[in-house]
Design a binder for this molecule. Structure first.
Ligand SMILES: NC(=O)c1ccc[n+]([C@@H]2O[C@H](COP(=O)([O-])OP(=O)(O)OC[C@H]3O[C@@H](n4cnc5c(N)ncnc54)[C@H](OP(=O)(O)O)[C@@H]3O)[C@@H](O)[C@H]2O)c1
Length: 296
């Protein structure tokens, strides 16, 4: 089978599509025939050596939508099930940017039924990150949340999920994104200026760090998206960072929210797997709204 991998870290030209062995599922694992897999900013990091293992073949891809094609022992999934899954970020020779991928059963959920696989593939990584980050903030209905990078994948899901819970959301995004983030449920919009100490919590998907921390009221909360990279606590503000974890049960809840129309899935462009390097180059150009999706 074919898979997109990196063997020598570098720019988009470092992405290779190679012939590689078909992975076999072990106990409590399934093999998924990939229908679609998204390209995320973290894949650019992998290409540049973020997961380490220089000189080895390292696969790309966190998200997958596809069909269960083989099962190991002790799985509740059956061949033919239409699923989505998060393949967590560890250096492995093959990940979801491939024709087939093996994932743990605990990472798998039934795919949303109202969207195609290309759209479904955009759900796992960024919706799980958004919901797990919101969990860390422990917000109650009526409290205020500022989401930075609100027009991005993590930020967009965070705006929708928080607004759905009755949180009053301020979206921080580029000026041209105001209409879009308001359509996600943001009650307020800013492209930069926020009063110090004016907000209960910040979900900092644009990685503004200490600048965003200043906007949180004394005793509020801040969550960042760089694992371990959150600013130190000041004024009693709890600071934390999210490291997304695979959670099939939670992913199933998110898929249900897609089918209920609460979560919107956004696709910018699709590329054949063979053209993975082109997709990396497009991501590196910036300004992409919605996800780039690879189709084997
Ligand atoms: N820790 C984890 O487990 C985890 C999981 C998933 C993602 N992440 C991280 O979360 C971050 C967001 O990911 P993503 O996929 O949502 O990225 P994305 O889709 O590229 O979204 C980022 C958004 O932030 C905007 N932005 C950046 N700086 C801004 C600023 N100063 N003012 C206004 N808007 C600004 C970007 O606009 P432009 O495109 O115009 O710059 C873009 O719309 C990334 O750093 C990613 O690596 C972490």
């Amino acid at each position: 089978m074919r898979a997109a991998v990196v063997r020598t870290f570098g720019g988009p030209e470092a992405v290779e599509v190679v012939e590689t062995g078909l992975p076999e599922p072990g106990p409590r694992q399934v093999r998924i025939k990939v229908a679609a897999a998204t390209l995320n900013p973290a894949d650019a990091g992998v290409r540049e050596g973020f997961l380490g293992d220089a000189g080895k073949q390292i696969g790309f891809g966190w998200d997958v939508a596809g069909t269960v094609d083989a099962t190991g022992v002790a799985t509740a999934w059956s061949v033919g099930d239409e699923v989505v899954a998060l393949d967590p970020g560890v250096a492995r020779p093959v990940r979801t940017h491939a024709e087939y991928v093996v994932v743990d059963t605990d990472a798998v959920a039934t795919a949303p039924t109202t969207v195609d696989a290309v759209h479904a593939a955009t759900l796992p990584l960024n919706a799980l990150t958004a919901v797990q980050a919101l969990d860390l903030l422990e917000l109650e209905e009526g409290q205020s949340l500022l989401v930075t990078g609100a027009a991005g994948a993590v930020g967009g899901f965070a705006v929708q999920l928080a607004a759905h819970r009755g949180v009053s959301v301020t979206a921080l995004a580029r000026e041209g994104d105001e209409e879009f983030v308001r359509s996600l449920g943001a009650a307020h919009f800013t492209s930069g200026a926020v009063s110090a100490g004016s907000i209960d919590a910040v979900l900092d998907a644009a990685v503004l760090g200490e600048t965003a921390l200043e906007w949180v009221r004394d005793g509020g909360s801040y969550v960042g998206v760089r694992p371990g990279g959150e600013p130190a606590s000041v004024r009693g503000v709890r600071t934390a960072s999210i490291a997304v974890s695979a959670d099939g049960a939670r992913l199933a809840e998110l898929a249900a929210l897609v089918d209920e129309g609460v979560l919107t899935l956004r696709v910018a462009e699709t590329y054949p797997l063979e053209e993975a390097a082109k997709a990396h180059a497009r991501l590196a150009e910036g300004g992409v709204r919605g996800r780039l999706v690879l189709v084997p």
